[in-house]
Structure formats: C-alpha cells, structure tokens
Design a protein around this ligand. Structure first.
Ligand code: SAM
Length: 286
C-alpha cells in the first residue's frame, strides 16, 4: 500500500486499508521480457498490448501516456504519489493494470454509457490518477471524474490534467461516503472504478451508490478468496447490484496475480448506503 502521507491511522483523513494493493505483490520483479528503456521513456510494448488486450494505444495516446508518466515523476518530487517510477514498472503496474480492467469496453464488447449521452466514469480514491487518467486518455468521449479525499493530490491532478489538456477530466476532493449521498454523484455514473482503496465490500459500498441503474462498477483486486467472493455476493445484493464476472489474470511482465470484479447495478441502492464517513471501514458489510 502506498502511503497517503499520514502515518497515524487515528488522525488520517481516510481509512488505512489492510488489503493488498494491486501493485505490490511481493516477489514481483520488474519485467525482463519487454523492452525496458531506462531514460524516462516508457516502453511502447505494442505487441504486448495487442496480445493481452486486443488493443494498442495510438501514437497520440502513447504520447499522452508518456506525458502522464513525466507529470507523475515531477509530482513525486513533492508528493508521495507512487514508488513505481522505473519506466517498465510504471508501464505494467500503473498503465497496463489500469487499462486491462477496461478490456471489455476497449474491445467494444460492452458500450460505455447510454446511446447519445456522454458516458460518465468515476475513479474513486484515484490517488495519483489511476486508473482514471489512463481511462480518460483512451476514452476521450467520456467525462471522467477523479475523486479522492486528499486535497493536495487533487490540486496536483487538477494542474496535471490542465497541462495535458485533458478537457474530459474533472477532480473532486471528497470522501466517497459523502459524495455517494450527494445528488450530483448519486446514481450518476455509467462506470465506477476503484483500485487499492480498501477491502472489497468497502469498495463496493463506496462505488455502487454512485452507479446508475444498468451501470457497472469494477473492483481492481490482487488476490481473491472464496470468502471474499461470498461476502461480496451478499453485499452486492444489499447495495442493488450483482457480480457479473470475476476476471482472473496475471500481469504480463512480472506475473503478478490480479482479479477484476465486475458488478452490475440491477436495482436502486437503499438510501442508507453509503453509511456515514468511516463507518464502511469500521463495520464492513455484509
Ligand atoms: N487508486 C490509486 C492507485 O491505485 O494507484 C490510489 C490508491 S491509494 C493507495 C488510496 C487512495 O484512496 C488514497 O489517495 C486515499 O486518499 C483514497 N481514499 C481512501 N479512502 C477514501 C475515501 N473514503 N474517500 C475518498 N478517497 C479515499
């Protein structure tokens, strides 16, 4: 888990997750298979994109991903955004990992949003902008909201997306529990993404109130257990959703274990969810 800059859980503005992040699997080593430039240039890895996602970034998208990488490296001088600064690790564990979960939309198997409406995506607990900024780069037709409770990160991301001329991105500084009860966010999003923010059922409680009927939430996970699956199934029903897919795979260079959990909103989320700030972590569902 990356630090959020506050080492005292009792005073932290946001809960300290005990769940492994998707980026830290012990023993993962930087990749050997792909080209690994060390001069601050991201590898293109076109064939890897193609073989794993059936998609690859255009030249313009590659340039934006490179610009994102440079921006994060610059921001890292002042803020603790990521410890993954080596180009190949950044490519695999931030860029590839962010976009792998979006494969059904990149391949056109699922459509983003309702016909003739701007698709709306939210990244909850975006931190240094993952997976939300890569999503905004590859889905320029979507409006992407980056939500995080840490103000300094959001100030930085606001400047970064402005410099990158990513006009389809907005930033919101707030707790997920608070936003989920606000009219501007509740039932508003076609797609909610959440990576490395907390235990599975907590993430579901953060996401699902903001997803519209028929929309989807994607939970990015590392390991996945039978117990988690059972708890999530029960929690999803409480929140008006069902688990429609659990996609298990490995990262392509260091073979880290990943699971993407796809939830579909099939009913309204009861008004009592999300519960008050801090309660989802203190008393996780179900
Ligand atoms: N999603 C990013 C990634 O995968 O690289 C960042 C993950 S970082 C470990 C967790 C982030 O979630 C932190 O920036 C923290 O401020 C944010 N966070 C945790 N709980 C939150 C909450 N209840 N509402 C909003 N943001 C929250």
């Amino acid at each position: 888990m990356e630090s959020n800059g506050n080492s005292n859980p009792s005073t932290s503005p946001e809960p300290q997750s005990t769940t492994p992040t998707t980026e830290l699997a012990t023993g993962e080593s930087a990749a050997s298979a792909a080209s690994a430039p060390t001069n601050g240039t991201l590898p293109e890895n076109s064939e890897l994109w193609q073989s794993t996602l059936g998609w690859q970034p255009s030249q313009a998208e590659q340039a934006m991903l490179q610009r994102l990488y440079q921006g994060i490296l610059e921001g890292n001088r002042k803020l603790n955004l990521t410890r993954l600064t080596e180009p190949t690790e950044f490519w695999e564990k931030h860029l590839w990992d962010s976009l792998r979960a979006l494969r059904p939309w990149l391949q056109g198997q699922l459509s983003l949003g309702k016909q003739e409406q701007t698709p709306k995506i939210i990244d909850i607990g975006t931190g240094g902008g993952f997976p939300g900024i890569p999503a905004a780069i590859v889905f320029p037709q979507a409006q992407v909201t980056l939500l995080d409770s840490t103000r300094k990160k959001m100030v930085f991301l606001q400047q970064l997306v402005a410099e990158m001329k990513l006009s389809n991105v907005r930033t919101v500084t707030d707790r997920a529990e608070a936003s989920g009860q606000k009219e501007g966010h509740r039932d508003k999003y076609d797609l909610a993404l959440i990576r490395a923010v907390g235990p599975t059922t907590v993430c579901a409680e953060y996401c699902l109130p903001m997803v519209r009927y028929g929309g989807m939430a994607v939970l990015y996970r590392g390991q996945w257990s039978v117990e988690e699956a059972e708890d999530l199934k029960e929690t999803a029903l409480l929140l008006g959703a069902e688990v429609v897919d659990v996609d298990a795979f490995e990262t392509p260079l260091s073979q880290g274990t990943r699971h993407c959990i796809y939830l579909k909103k099939i009913a309204g989320t009861p008004d009592m969810f999300p519960r008050a700030v801090g309660v989802p972590v203190q008393s996780p569902l179900p």
